[in-house]
Design a protein around this ligand. Structure first.
Ligand code: GUN
Ligand code: ZN
Length: 425
């Protein structure tokens, strides 16, 4: 049984960081997306698609814009309850707010409740997939995968590993990090839409032995992604220099322990040296831009120029990030780029939140509005509040119509979210 979603459609035919942004999209003012058994089977002008599927059930979204669901490429679901904690920079913020909250996840009931709350918030905001850090507790990984399964969501997650510079109750060991990560990957990786991610928190909270153990595990499980943090804040970088005096730079710590590769996701990546940029480019690794976090924790201004040569994903980094909304996150990315003299085109912002993040995750069946992809979709009302509506009313072009929602939109702009063709709101 085919369903046709009618509305405006916008699909990327090129990477707007490498080609002309306006020329990188196909837009249909009166478009249709055909969905059958959870997959997109056609995208095109409504008239053409309707003629091809005369028996289809119709869901008319009017002038709303149908896009691939947003993909949050770096988030800490266990930090849901401590978002917007005041007044600290990274290291103090971790010690004061983050670690005490993460300690609560030894309780499976608390982990399950938070995972449910978090995934519902994500869907409310049009986010259909994410790559999340869990806590040090294996049960926190079980919780997010168990919550994602009945929702049908493609979720990437891993047990956060740390065996030093963290409270006793939040520390594992090199051996237990290896054993627990391996067992979780065996149980969950490829189960339905779950993907396991090897997850050393960041260099300062792992001994060299733990980093090596996780590097060895990654070489045994080359199909898995590896996620961590890289060069987020000046004090952190200095700390890494003290802890690993023999390393050439921060990225070199990961590389010497087997933790640099094409399936590596390096969150923040703000204060990179030319050598680090060259290595990330050479190996085809991904950097993940976390703009609301970078301003909220006071970390710095990411260089959007990296997206021309390096896989780049976009992320909330909740709860270092100050929002669950990928619209709000695009707005913050725009504002940060402005501070660096870089004017991001709305096409580039939408690309980062969809196909850009999908490519960072090496996910081929999401993030694109094309036949064959899984029907994970967001439907945006481009006039969701009076202020946005009055800007929208003045628009002469697609981009003028979309940009006010990118800059001022939130969950009120999300008219519907589909996961594998199922309406979630
Ligand atoms: N670096 C190490 N852990 C974290 C974390 O939880 N959030 C952020 N923003 N940076 C980190
Ligand atoms: Zn993070």
């Amino acid at each position: 049984m085919t369903t046709l979603l009618l509305g405006q459609t916008l699909a990327f035919t090129d990477d707007p960081f490498r080609a002309d942004p306006v020329g990188s999209v196909t837009h249909h003012t009166h478009g249709a997306v055909a969905v059958d058994a959870g997959r997109i089977t056609a995208v095109g002008p409504a008239e053409t698609v309707r003629a091809a599927y005369p028996q289809a059930q119709i869901i008319d979204h009017g002038d709303n814009l149908i896009l691939p669901g947003f993909i949050d490429a770096h988030v800490h679901y266990p930090q849901t309850a401590m978002i917007a904690s005041w007044g600290k920079r990274l290291i103090d913020w971790l010690n004061t707010y983050t670690f005490p909250e993460e300690a609560r996840f030894r309780d499976p009931a608390y982990a399950a409740r938070t995972a449910d709350t978090y995934l519902d918030l994500a869907l409310d905001h049009g986010t259909t997939s994410m790559c999340s850090f869990a806590t040090v507790h294996p049960v926190s990984v079980e919780a997010i995968f168990e919550a994602a399964a009945p929702r049908g969501m493609a979720v990437w997650a891993g047990k956060t590993c740390m065996d030093r510079n963290a409270p006793d109750k939040l520390r594992d060991t090199a051996q237990s990090a290896y054993d627990d990560s391996k067992a979780l990957a065996a149980k969950w990786h490829g189960q339905g839409r779950a993907s396991y991610v090897i997850t050393p928190r960041f260099a300062p909270t792992s001994t060299p032995e733990q980093l090596s153990a996780l590097g060895a595990l990654w070489s045994e499980l080359p199909d898995c992604l590896m996620q961590t943090h890289l060069s987020e804040q000046a004090d952190e970088i200095e700390w890494v220099r003290d802890l690993f005096p023999e390393a050439r730079d921060y990225l070199d710590v990961y590389e010497t322990h087997g933790l640099l590769g094409a399936r590596g996701l390096y969150g923040h990546s703000i204060h990179l040296t030319d050598r680090e940029i060259a290595r990330l480019t050479d190996v085809g690794a991904a950097v993940i831009h976390c703009p609301t976090s970078n301003t909220f924790i006071g970390s710095g201004l990411f260089d959007m120029g990296l997206a021309r040569t390096i896989r780049t994903g976009l992320a909330t980094d909740t709860g270092g990030g100050s929002n669950f909304s990928m619209l709000r996150t695009m707005a913050a990315a725009y504002e940060i780029a402005q501070l660096r003299g870089q004017a991001l085109h709305p096409a580039q912002l939408l690309y980062l939140a969809t196909e850009g993040s999908a490519r960072a995750l090496h996910a081929t069946d999401i993030g694109r509005l094309i036949a064959g992809a899984t029907a994970d979709l967001v439907v945006l009302d481009l006039a969701s509040t009076p202020v946005i509506a009055q800007r929208h009313a003045q628009a002469d072009t697609l981009w003028e119509a979309v940009f006010p929602t990118i800059m001022m939109g939130d969950d009120r702009a999300v008219a519907q979210t589909y996961v594998a063709g199922r309406a979630m709101l």
